[in-house]
Design a protein around this ligand. Structure first.
Ligand code: HPA
Length: 248
């Protein structure tokens, strides 16, 4: 059974038949909300809203450890993190869907490991390729099968938020090699890796990053909302195809 962590604009999946809701407690505190367990396109799926169902939890306040731990307890075999992002690379137009393959982490002050505390060993996990290749491939194949274009590969720069970036920060991210920018990719991806849960992200470009294109003067939240509602329909279509695929 797979899990989907929904980001901004995705607090529920269309066509998802909810079978039950699970309130999970974890040694790390409370997850973002109840886990909904149900069926999508005839397959079992767990859904969690990353920011809470009322979208009240800011990126730096999300209890990433509790979320990933709770999904591990549910026995999920993989996680797709859906995330809205700003586009830095010129070809990543507003509305584009992207399956990233790299991460640069600019966050601070977030708990980024389960291996912490007096009884824990020091563990240095491999994170060379932060997203699980088989899940990335399956998302791309799912996009293909429903005729939705998905960009294969991008470096996701994860900023602290909750404010958006300055134009100068985006220029720096670009020099660093970031193609897209978001606020929630980390530590979500690394915590999944620590618990050995395959993880991939499906990113939706909802605005040009600060200082770029239509965001030259400012980033419009209204435009972001409009893009989100159109794009999440595509995301739901892709996820329905994804759960029906056999992932090797
Ligand atoms: N920056 C950071 N996070 C984001 C953006 C952005 O421009 N758009 C959506 N999430």
């Amino acid at each position: 059974m797979y899990a989907v962590i929904g980001g901004s604009g995705l607090t529920k999946l269309s066509e998802f038949e909810v079978v039950r809701r699970e309130v999970m407690r974890t040694p790390y505190g409370e997850p973002s909300g109840v886990l909904t367990v149900g069926r999508l396109a005839g397959h079992d799926l767990v859904f969690m809203a990353r920011h809470g169902y009322g979208h009240t939890i800011a990126p730096h306040d999300i209890n990433y450890c509790a979320n990933i731990w709770a999904l591990k307890q549910m026995g999920v075999e993989g996680i797709v993190g859906v995330a809205s992002v700003g586009g830095i690379r010129a070809d990543l137009y507003t509305g584009a869907l992207v399956v990233p393959d790299g991460i640069i982490d600019y966050t601070h002050g977030r708990r980024g490991t389960f291996f912490e505390g007096p009884d824990q060993p020091v563990v240095h996990i491999d994170f060379t390729h932060p997203y699980t290749p088989a899940l990335r491939k399956a998302l791309l194949a799912a996009g293909d099968s429903v005729g939705e274009e998905i960009f294969d590969g991008a470096t996701y720069g994860c900023t602290q938020g909750p404010r958006l970036e300055t134009a100068a920060e985006i220029r720096r991210l670009e020099r660093d090699g970031c193609d897209i920018v978001g606020m929630t990719g980390m530590p979500e991806a690394v915590l999944a890796r620590e618990l050995e849960i395959p993880y991939a992200a499906l990113a939706v470009v909802v605005n040009p990053a600060a200082g770029k294109g239509d965001s030259a003067a400012s980033v419009s939240m209204d435009d972001i909302q409009k893009t989100l509602s159109v794009s999440m329909v595509k995301v739901c279509k892709i996820l329905s195809a994804f759960v029906a695929l056999e992932v090797d």
